[in-house]
Design a protein around this ligand. Sequence first.
Ligand SMILES: Nc1ncnc2c1ncn2[C@@H]1O[C@H](COP(=O)(O)OP(=O)(O)OP(=O)(O)O)[C@@H](O)[C@H]1O
Ligand SMILES: [Mg+2]
Length: 343
Amino acid sequence: MPGINILIGDNGQGKTNVIEGIYYLLTGKSYRVQREQELLRWEQIEFHLHGDFLMAHNKVSLESHYRAKKKIVKVNQVPCQRLSDFVGTINVVFFSPDDLVMIKGGPSERRRFLDLHIAQMRPGHVGLLNSYNKVLQQKNALLKSYVDKSLKYSQLQLWNEQIYKFGEKIIRNRLDLTNRLQDVADHSYGNLTSQKETLKVNYIALGNKDAKEAIARFPQLLNDKLEQEIDRQIVLIGPHRDDIQILLNDRPARLYASQGQQRSIVLSLKLAELELIRQEKGEYPLLLLDDVLSELDHFRRDYLVNFIESAYIQTLITMTSAENHFGSGALYFVEEGHIRREQ
Ligand SMILES: Nc1ncnc2c1ncn2[C@@H]1O[C@H](COP(=O)(O)OP(=O)(O)OP(=O)(O)O)[C@@H](O)[C@H]1O
Ligand SMILES: [Mg+2]
């Protein structure tokens, strides 16, 4: 249904499963597990997902079929060769309590957040990441191998050219997104906290807070690190080690933000994502919120509910019991894996 859709059910009834299914259909990936095998219903050997979507200007039908370690994705009945051919057809923003790892977890969680967003907006980004990772593996393999040091040196310089070629574009994409997120996220964080607190996000490229300068010095930095990389036998510099610095009131959120503040920061980043997608695509993405409301205080909860209602964003939101904070919306009851629309 357009607008707000509320999935209500007791614990363990299947609300998250519904959200996960929709997310998988739209992105070709699970946000939870690495392997499709783990998404199968117990005792089953295949799964099939199908959804019809109505956008501002066109209708899109998506299908996803998995069987025997193979998946087939179809857009309007036409099979897609690559994931990047269909990711972003229908945009989606997803938020669950697990997203708090963006604050407390390691840099890879924050890079993943940026990369997932960019992949939806610029299909070429997935290819860049794949190419970069291949080069990274090759360079790592060479660092670990027993080749004469001088020969190794010249071969490594060749790999470094490739690292630079793909890495520089990855950094630019991520930096551009972080800069655009910064303004919008600070604004929504201000609203969420009645302007009492500030939020800053900074892309740290190649260990440097000034990412533009880091990009300019990238070839030099690669060269400077070579000796150390040969000693340690591992690639020490490149976008695979980058991070986003998240500052709450100018202090690192990772160290100082409370649970509720962390939640609000992630929520602001997600709302910022929503806004950026709207700016670029002309309409809001689908918003999936799993177990979010119960964790927010009254003020923040009301702000979020008002925001979704007034912007008329199509939203699927889960909650337990019939504790419903929305003035509008379609109600669905989830019980033992079945969904029933409220009469
Ligand atoms: N591979 C699987 N096949 C079949 N059932 C599964 C599988 N994995 C998990 N389940 C079951 O699905 C049920 C529903 O899980 P889900 O996470 O969707 O519940 P939920 O309604 O979101 O609950 P909560 O309110 O606790 O978040 C659980 O009871 C779980 O045991
Ligand atoms: Mg759940």
